[in-house]
Design a protein around this ligand. Structure first.
Ligand code: FAD
Length: 368
């Protein structure tokens, strides 16, 4: 007879892995279409932790995650999850309004900001061209995240609690009887509850289950690794255009640049377009005094958003035993510890780990 799991999570990226990690005392099946978990968006991020990224309704999840990042449970990992980097939000030439908007957005938050004038920017960051060095905000808490270690820590911890991970197991059919019957490319399974952690495929999975989609849009984002002359200073912060046309940061003597593209795409193994690589180089050269020597590598990934750009966590309003864990957009790594813990508590109807975070704002019912 087929074993009936309590919970089957579809998708073993950061969303599914972090949720699996925080589930307590249940038989959990984690199904992943690819042979390697993390192949899609999770493995393609810029790997930063920036408290302001995603806006004030994402910041509580990011800030709450910091506790876990700084002090993960014993045995979770052998190396630090975060490395301090700092963040520098630059005003585009003639547009200090973009900085004012950022300050206004976070006026009620405890985040520390330092306003920098032209003299301070020039003396601290000679890499920034004078026309971009008129005004800036320094966000000191920003860090790099070791994404691979975080993801492996969640998967390893989940496995130690008994989670059964099956790769190469694309879910192709979902039928609800007494339990969900789950057809996959690796065989048939059964579970009482389905969790949709399928990233860009979240709406497709919902349709497969007879659940109304929430209206997810996968938006392509490109990253380009540049060799520059001179190489970037190792202590350069992540540098962001406050108006949102690029960000870049140093990594192992190279520069990682994104042109901040958001091109509507479809769920797939997406790849960078020439135009976005060219935009990345052009935007970097307009801001930085360093010369681009060559493109070493580039990739693209899908950042998947719900219509209001907030994630979706919680049971579906209409189909019982179908739980949403999607729409992590551009913040799914930096929010994973707090979001995973919150989602697991919602899924198991336990007390929420952080009373300051209201899960109602992330409920799927807001789209009904
Ligand atoms: C260029 C770029 C930069 C980014 N930078 C950052 C950053 O600096 N900080 C940050 O916090 N976030 C960042 N993000 C966002 C972050 O990467 C995502 O929010 C996060 O990875 C989403 O995780 P996920 O598990 O939802 O998606 P995914 O990693 O895509 O996982 C979903 C999984 O579901 C599987 N799946 C889908 N359908 C099925 C099915 N039918 N059956 C079985 N399995 C299925 C897929 O194979 C996939 O592995 C960035 C994203 C991009 C693209």
């Amino acid at each position: 007879m087929t074993e009936v799991y309590d919970i089957a999570i579809v998708g073993a990226g950061m969303a599914g892995a972090s949720l699996a990690y925080f589930i307590e005392g249940a038989r959990v099946l984690l199904l992943e279409a690819e042979d390697v978990p993390g192949y899609h968006t999770t493995g393609r991020s810029a790997a930063f932790w920036v408290p302001t990224y995603g806006g004030p309704l994402i910041e509580p999840l990011t800030t709450a995650s910091k506790l876990f990042f700084d002090a993960p449970p014993p045995g979770f990992c052998d190396t630090p999850l975060l490395t301090p980097r700092g963040g520098l939000h630059l005003a585009p030439p003639g547009n200090t309004g973009a900085l004012d908007a950022l300050m206004r957005e976070f006026s009620g938050s405890p985040l520390g900001f330092e306003r920098l004038d032209a003299v301070a920017i020039a003396s601290r960051y000679p890499l920034v061209r004078p026309e971009w060095a008129t005004a800036a905000i320094y966000e000191p808490e920003c860090c790099d995240i070791d994404v691979a270690v975080l993801h492996a820590g969640f998967l390893g911890g989940a496995r130690r609690k008994g989670t059964h991970l099956v790769t190469g197991a694309q879910v192709t059919g979902l039928t609800r009887r007494e339990a969900w019957q789950i057809e996959t490319r690796a065989g048939t399974f059964a579970a009482h509850t389905i969790v949709n952690a399928a990233g860009a495929w979240g709406d497709e999975l919902a349709i497969l289950a007879g659940v109304r989609p929430v209206g997810l849009t996968p938006l392509r984002r490109t990253m380009v690794v540049l060799a520059t002359d001179p190489p970037p200073p190792v202590d350069l912060p992540v540098v962001l255009d406050a108006a949102g046309s690029f960000y870049f940061k140093p990594d192992a003597g190279r520069i990682w640049v994104s042109p901040h593209d958001e091109t509507a795409d479809v769920p797939r193994d997406t790849a960078p377009e020439e135009i976005d690589i060219a935009n990345a180089i052009d935007r970097f050269e307009k801001v930085a005094t360093a010369r681009v020597v060559r493109v070493e590598r580039s990739w693209a990934g899908l950042r998947t958003f719900a219509p209001d750009r907030l994630p979706v966590y919680g049971f579906d309003d209409h189909i019982p035993d179908f739980f949403w864990c999607v729409g992590q957009g551009g913040f799914g790594i930096q929010t994973a510890p707090a979001a995973g813990a919150m989602a697991a508590a919602l899924l198991q109807r336990r007390a929420l780990p952080d009373a300051a975070i209201d899960p109602a704002r992330y409920a799927s019912g807001r789209f009904s």
